[in-house]
Design a protein around this ligand. Structure first.
Ligand code: GDP
Length: 482
């Protein structure tokens, strides 16, 4: 059974851990939140002497070396660190984003700060970094939903103002069919495609919506095209159960297969084995897209955070034996703001997390919220306007970005006024609900090219610049290197 397998795995894991401490660090977030960039920057900074003053073991010189080692799981693709680092640094382009699960092992040699620990620990910590799409976490609630409930939820969500127009094609086609008619592969595929297209449209930059299960319809991984991924919810199901051989029956069967073949194994084999977790959220993008997107992000956070606070239900509890003991929520891309706004972004993200946590049940995990930029693509400046100093951020907008009619080529730097976040997070949420668009917070969101690495007077090339990456490391690993 799952449970027996998990406890056996745990014993093996624990025995291994005593001989050689390892920590399994999950990195997740919805697509384009910044997982690939985060992992690449973290590893690069540790391998290449980054500036990490708030990472204590590192600052005090107790970390003697860090290196990559073969990962322990042979069946999981390796995180393509070398390719991603080369893209970021040599080509100065953003690397290929996360599409499925991947993993890598970083081993840190260190000297413990206490003589007692020095006596008993090997002074070696292996960090297994596991990168996976946050969309997959949104599937956890499906384990407790039958096909009818899943369909009703999906149809209700599709009727909301931010989605109705996008869902139109899928809904109207679904309503035009007889769910009790004989199962038909072509029709199943058509409905599944229409439903996936609707989900993808919700993810577009303008809408930036977050809550979109089933996650694999957006991020299929290696199961693309399989029957377990070729289904869709059906609106207005009649009472009773699905007649054998009907389309309804086929969809229901595939939905159950999806849970059994895709969702459960992911939670059992990967999620349930994590010790620590960072969840990246692109709050800025959501703010930029408008109130619906922020509300949707909050809803997604609620579902995602529920995964870390399991204990509320039997089906789920049985999957988890190992417990995640630290969770960091990182509001990414803080380099799009002036530093005066970093704490404000952090406070707003903190409120979002609090509001989401208040709606979930179960044991509390030690949680911290941080505004950060894994890679800092901008620097700061200011201009004087009407006797006032206005803060600016300066960077090279990506090729093709347009600002005030000018199209950028990727090499030209420019300063922009990033916009302001309110000091008090409560007023942010109030303004968000305002009917008047002018009252709402506006962020100027321009995509910048990755930075050129600085070289010191001695000719030494520095590691990737960042914002608060060192604080993230301290929270995630600091106590293990004490
Ligand atoms: P993933 O889908 O979670 O793996 O997302 P990525 O790591 O690929 O990031 C998606 C995009 O967000 C990148 O292509 C960048 O444009 C942007 N991005 C991610 N992290 C940062 C950051 O720290 N600073 C800036 N300026 N942009 C970032």
């Amino acid at each position: 059974t799952d449970e027996a397998q998990i406890s056996f795995d745990n014993i093996v894991d624990r025995a291994g851990t005593m001989m050689r401490p390892t920590v399994r660090l999950g990195v997740t977030g919805l697509s384009r939140a910044g997982k690939t960039v985060f992992i690449t920057a973290l590893v690069h900074n540790l391998l290449h002497g980054g500036r990490l003053p708030m990472f204590k073991a590192y600052r005090s010189g107790r970390i003697s070396s860090a290196r990559l080692e073969p990962q322990p799981d042979d069946a999981v693709p390796r995180f393509q660190y070398e390719d991603h680092a080369e893209a970021l640094i040599k080509e100065r382009i953003w690397p290929q984003s996360t599409r499925a699960i991947s993993e890598m092992r970083l081993t840190i040699n260190y000297e413990s700060a206490s003589g007692w620990n020095r006596l008993f620990s090997a002074g070696k910590l292996s960090v297994d970094i596991i990168d996976y799409p946050g969309e997959w976490l949104l599937d956890l609630p499906l384990l407790e939903q039958d096909y009818r409930t899943f369909s009703e939820n999906a149809v209700r969500l599709a009727a909301s103002p931010a989605r109705a127009d996008l869902a139109e094609a899928w809904i109207s086609r679904s309503r035009a069919i007889d769910v009790k008619a004989a199962a038909d592969e072509t029709l199943a595929r058509e409905l599944s495609d229409l439903f996936s297209q609707y989900l993808k449209a919700c993810k577009s930059d303008e809408r930036a919506l977050s809550t979109l299960p089933p996650g694999r319809l957006l991020m299929p991984g290696d199961l693309e095209g399989s029957p377990a991924l070729t289904f869709a919810p059906l609106p207005d199901l009649p009472v009773g159960s699905a007649p054998a051989g009907s389309l309804w029956h086929m969809m229901e069967h595939r939905y159950e297969a999806y849970k059994r073949i895709v969702v459960r194994p992911f939670f059992r084999d990967h999620f349930a084995r994590l010790d620590r977790q960072i969840l990246l959220i692109d709050a800025l993008q959501a703010m930029n897209a408008g109130p619906e997107a922020v509300q949707d992000l909050e809803r997604a956070l609620t579902d995602i955070l529920a995964c870390f606070r399991h204990g509320s239900s039997n089906i789920l509890t049985s999957l988890f034996t190992r417990r995640i003991d630290r969770l960091l929520v990182g509001a990414t891309k803080a380099d799009h703001l002036h530093h005066e706004s970093h704490d404000r972004l952090q406070n707003i993200a903190g409120r979002l997390v609090d509001r989401a946590l208040a709606r979930t049940q179960g044991a509390r995990v030690t949680t911290e919220v941080l505004a950060l930029a894994a890679v800092r693509a901008t620097r700061e400046a200011s201009v004087k306007e009407a006797g006032e100093n206005l803060p600016l951020i300066v960077g090279a907008p990506l090729k093709g970005e347009k600002i005030a009619g000018e199209t950028f080529d990727g090499n030209t730097k420019t300063g922009i006024f990033p916009g302001d976040l309110p000091e008090d997070p409560e007023s942010f949420f109030q303004a968000l609900e305002s009917k008047d668009d002018a009252d709402r917070p506006h962020i100027n969101f321009v995509r910048f090219r990755p930075p050129k690495l600085e070289t010191t007077a001695e000719g030494l090339t520095l590691s990737l610049p960042h914002i608060r990456l060192d604080r993230a490391l301290e929270f995630l690993l600091g106590d293990l290197l004490a």
